[in-house]
Design a protein around this ligand. Structure first.
Ligand SMILES: [Zn+2]
Length: 361
């Protein structure tokens, strides 16, 4: 094939050149044409698009008679598709271990390129309607950006352990985290809206975490559109506003606890809604949140999780009923904040988002 007068070099794919293949998929780069010798039956089995293209098995389709041939085998061009995407897509169809590798990460692996390593497969499995392959990749996105808070906590715990275990300089300990900006780009382009609220949350908090050497995670913001950036700015603002309001009014819309201690009359004169442990609870709340608002608001979901653990210290100062009450209150506030993420970041999601009955659980 000519390229503005220059002849491209023909390369038989070292990965997929199957001697009994009856179709050659041709991928074009600037200087070369890469040929994959594969099977019509395998492509047709996965995709109605290819089935229609090849026609009935055994019959001479227009492709067999009308297209270019190489070594007697018809060639299928995929115009407009990137050569890397085609390779990724065909490898994923033929070699099962090619795709799932990122789930078995160790501390010496980088996940920064996830989900970029699935971009080509996702793009072409969507374009050529290969539902099983697309679903497999969408599940990988859901695994890292789950809409269930418990699942997010597990993922975050795993990544934190890996980060701690990595004392080497390479890969950077931040590289184990995938790039949320690339996730957002792919999820918007390929209709995976359910992962967006969490990917946006991750991106919103990303630039607030620095380690002792002053390094931080990075994200390829150049991939984002003006609308993505609008959602990011809007969501970050809404999240902060809601979190600040939660901190200002810890007992908002909450029935007071069944405090086991007797309230002082003097306290009641000052605050008719007082109960015996209220002042102790407010002191703890101030030290956990109000005095540390800057750190807390950088990643409120994580901060609230830590506060739930730290609330055990409360039991020294307040009665058991009030300690349980406060712990439960923080859990509920945290869950609500999580469930509000789609609203903050202006993403339309299914009614099951954040719930156990979501189709991905
Ligand atoms: Zn009490």
């Amino acid at each position: 094939m000519q390229n503005n007068g220059l002849k491209r070099t023909i390369i038989k794919s070292p990965d997929l050149w199957l001697s009994d293949g009856n179709i050659i998929v041709r991928a074009l780069t600037g200087k070369s044409e890469i040929l994959y010798r594969v099977h019509k039956s395998v492509l047709s089995m996965h995709s109605n698009f290819f089935e229609a293209t090849f026609g009935e098995q055994g019959s001479d389709s227009a492709l067999d008679t009308g297209s270019d041939h190489f070594e007697g085998v018809p060639i299928l061009d995929m115009p407009g598709d990137d050569a890397n995407d085609i390779r990724q897509f065909l490898m994923a169809l033929y070699i099962p271990q090619f795709s799932p590798k990122h789930r078995e990460i160790g501390w010496d692996d980088s996940q920064f390129d996830f989900p970029g390593q699935y971009a080509g497969t996702l793009r072409l499995s969507t374009k050529y309607i290969v539902p099983d392959l697309r679903k497999m990749i969408v599940q990988k996105f859901h695994a890292r950006w789950p809409c269930l808070l418990e699942q997010w906590d597990l993922e975050e715990g795993d990544l934190a352990s890996l980060q701690e275990a990595n004392t080497d300089s390479w890969p950077s300990k931040f590289d184990i985290y995938p790039d949320p900006a690339r996730t957002i780009r792919l999820a918007v382009d390929h209709d995976i809206p359910e992962v967006l609220p969490v990917a946006f949350y991750d991106l919103a908090r990303l630039f607030e975490h620095y380690d002792s050497t002053g390094t931080a995670r990075s994200a390829d913001l150049g991939l984002l559109t003006a609308d993505d950036l609008r959602r990011l700015a809007r969501g970050r603002g809404a999240l902060r506003r809601e979190f600040a309001s939660m901190i200002e009014n810890p007992f908002r819309c909450s029935v007071p606890p069944n405090c086991a201690r007797e309230v002082e009359v003097a306290d009641l004169e000052e605050d008719p809604w007082a109960w015996a442990c209220k002042a102790g609870l407010l002191r703890w709340w101030k030290s956990a949140f109000v005095d540390r608002f800057f750190d807390a608001s950088a990643d409120p979901v994580a901060w609230l999780a830590q506060a739930i653990k730290d609330s055990d210290m409360l039991f020294v100062e307040v009665c058991p009923e009030c300690g349980v009450y406060m712990k439960d209150l923080i859990c509920r506030r945290r869950e609500q904040l999580w469930l509000d993420l789609p609203t903050f970041f202006d993403v339309t999601v299914s009614p099951e988002w954040g719930l156990d009955n979501h189709p991905y659980y």
